[in-house]
Design a protein. Sequence first.
Length: 363
Amino acid sequence: MRVALLNPVFWPEVRRGSERFARELADGLTARGEQVTLITSHRGRRSSTVEDGLRVVRVRRLPVEDRLRRRLYEEHLAHLPALALELRRERPDIAHALYPTDALAALRVRDRHDGAPVVLSYMGIPHRTALANRRWRKEIVLRTARDADAVVALSRTAADGFRRWLGVQARVIAPGVDVGVFHPDSTARAPAPTILCSADHTQPRKRVGLLVEAFALLRREHPGARLVLSRVRGTPLAGRLPDGVEERDLDDRSVLAAANREAWVAALPSVGEAFGLVLAEALASGTPVVGSRAGAIPEVVDRAGIGALFDGDDPRDLAAALGTALDLAADPATSARCRARAEELSAAACAEAYAALYRELTD
């Protein structure tokens, strides 16, 4: 089956959860024998390359993008004319959009040019505030969610948001983690208690600042502990980091996997997470995790013995959860429990679920 995965940006320009999701899904579908093309955008002319076995087509993004963003219009609109043209050229069997604006272009091609069925995978949790903070966002999300042939949420929490705010019934398919790349290795663990947070510190909802406060409290009991944060291009934290906190470039997947094996605990104190893929990657590495009970993180940390959850925004509560997870890290049986949970969330299982959905729509 010829599958067009649509994501407005991709590596190396942006490396966030949706870009990792796109790559993992493409690899899983390719391993099943599907023919996958990722269609994304950039500022230059159209290009087509093969990147680690994946065909990537980058269509032209018009310069008006920055002006629209400054005026608070919905993001990722300036490449839609080129994307629609590319879909007409490619003629895929399925157009699978990971962002609503891309779904908008795919729907136009489907309806006006007898194009492919459209799947929209929504990477967040629909909520009144998020839907209203940019011009046209609510209208675009509502139109694409109602008109797509299938809408997929990453978790039950996100699906509940679709029902509550949009009146749309979404299917649930959890994103997959590559359990081959992310795997345990007890010899790789750091000698000192190490906490890893690979979240983007420039996004307020990730609450990396809260984690830094909690880590300072934790160091009273674990003076040699370290906290490793992800370095974000253009916004380094160097010079403002407390003792024991360091930044590291974690963009490369193999580097991130090694950091997860080195860590004793991986933390994601975010609110509003639609899933929490970085925690699944840590679990696949045999590393216990810490996360907030807000959002869908409890659906990942869904059993005892693989991590700890905390409520609210008090750094003392987060510090206590980190301490609990460090105790779990000292238990030799923890790694196997973490790995078993991650294998339930494998990229192969995710690809199989999407392949079944594609067959249903094309049949």
